[in-house]
Design a protein. Structure first.
Length: 143
């Protein structure tokens, strides 16, 4: 397992950023590798399950996730239960000013299947892709 940590500052209140990002169905709007996302069970709290159709580096694969912890509007923790990139991700939300929020993702992940062939370049490539996707949040989060 390797760790990746990325953050982006969003010109929206912390409550708005949390509500948007903690609903994994919204990933299709800002995490460009997510083709579709649906909630399978639950209300968004602990135990809620999601399914996504995902593409990474040209490889398309399904992924399932389960929410572990929710502390609105500060923290959201979830993990994949079935994916070519098994991970546990913690999202933290820090108010910088009344209308500006720092969103940080810290993820522990592994590369399996075709991704393991990327070897030591997998994590640096993933960081580049994730930074690009995180930039989309600056305009994706509704006011």
């Amino acid at each position: 397992m390797a760790t990746i940590r990325i953050h982006v500052d969003v010109d929206r209140p912390v409550e708005n950023v949390f509500a948007y990002v903690a609903d994994i169905r919204n990933d299709v709007h800002w995490w460009r590798g997510v083709i579709s996302a649906e909630r399978l069970t639950g209300d968004g709290g602990p135990g809620t399950e999601y399914a996504q159709d995902t593409r990474l580096f040209g490889v398309r694969f399904p992924a399932r996730m389960v929410v572990l912890e929710v502390e609105p509007p500060r923290r959201f923790l979830y993990r994949s239960t079935d994916s070519l990139t098994p991970f546990t991700a913690e999202y933290t939300f820090t108010p910088l000013t009344a209308g500006r929020t720092r969103f940080t993702m810290t993820a522990e992940l592994a590369a399996t299947g075709p991704f393991r062939w990327f070897g030591p370049v997998f994590l640096p490539l993933l960081r580049i892709v994730a930074r690009r996707y995180f930039g989309s949040l600056r305009t994706a989060v509704p006011a």
